[in-house]
Design a protein around this ligand. Structure first.
Ligand code: FPP
Length: 246
């Protein structure tokens, strides 16, 4: 039976998040500049977006640029921003054809105006699409998001808009960048690194974590299927016992 046939369509992760790591090492392995690694990474992005939509995963979130990535060499940051703009221009049709809605999370005001404008254009153009929501985490850091959330809620308390007693998980969820997304079910990180790197810390509270040695530019649909099969073989207990689940 093929991997695809072994996948239980009723047990797909509702929200899949991916830390796309290993572009630089992939480039080095092939004797290329780091920027070529990112360029190849965009091909993997296209493949995984299409693959997730075909499978029927409703929410896919990709860690494309972190708050910490601003500290990379200027040329690399510029290349990543240029790649973002060119990919958005090039792939808007693919998104429309596949009925995919684009969203973005992060400190988006820190993006160069060209990138922000292109992003907003594609978000607007795809806003009625319903098959899958693709969210790009751009200039995203979980600590920045949580800090922003605390500031916003504190200000509402100060201005008597809500009381301290009213603050609960739901209120916090509604102030995060991810307010319109469900909790993450499966988090994939490529390239063999086993850490979270400031990505969706609140939202992955009960996510299954999947680490693979595959470098991001080499990540293909079959690797996605492998990760999902692995996920489907796990028992998600959410703090309960096995017996309670059965
Ligand atoms: C990590 O690899 C990857 C990134 C920092 C950026 C991810 C960007 C892309 C895949 C391309 C652009 C994306 C879109 C959505 C158009 P790394 O550079 O940290 O690799 P290394 O750890 O091997 O050096």
């Amino acid at each position: 039976m093929s991997k695809l046939d072994r996948i239980d369509k009723a047990k797909l992760p509702k929200h899949l998040a991916v830390i796309m790591d290993g572009n630089g090492r992939w480039a080095k392995k092939h004797g290329l500049f780091r920027t070529k690694g990112h360029e190849s990474g965009t091909k993997a992005v296209k493949e995984i977006v299409e693959g997730a939509a075909e499978l029927g995963i409703p929410f896919l979130t990709l860690y494309a640029f972190s708050t910490e990535n601003w500290n990379r060499p200027k040329l690399e940051v510029q290349t990543l921003m240029k790649l973002l703009v060119s990919s958005l221009k090039k792939e808007v049709e693919t998104l429309q054809k596949n009925n995919i809605r684009l969203g973005a999370i992060g400190a988006l005001n820190d993006l160069p105006s060209k990138a922000r404008a292109e992003l907003n254009e594609v978000i607007e153009a795809t806003k009625d699409n319903e098959r899958m929501t693709l969210t790009l985490a751009l200039s995203y850091g979980s600590r920045e998001e949580i800090t922003k959330t605390i500031k916003e809620i504190s200000s509402k308390v100060k201005n008597n808009i809500i009381s301290i007693e009213e603050i609960d998980e739901d209120v916090i969820n509604k102030h995060l960048y991810t307010l319109n997304l469900p909790d993450v079910d499966l988090l994939i990180r490529t390239s063999g690194e086993q850490r979270i790197s400031n990505f969706l810390l609140w939202q992955i509270a009960y996510a299954e974590l999947y680490f693979t040695e595959v470098l991001w530019p080499d990540f293909r649909k079959e690797h996605l299927l492998e990760a999902i099969l692995n996920y489907q073989n796990r028992e998600r207990r959410f703090g309960k016992t096995s017996e309670q689940l059965n």
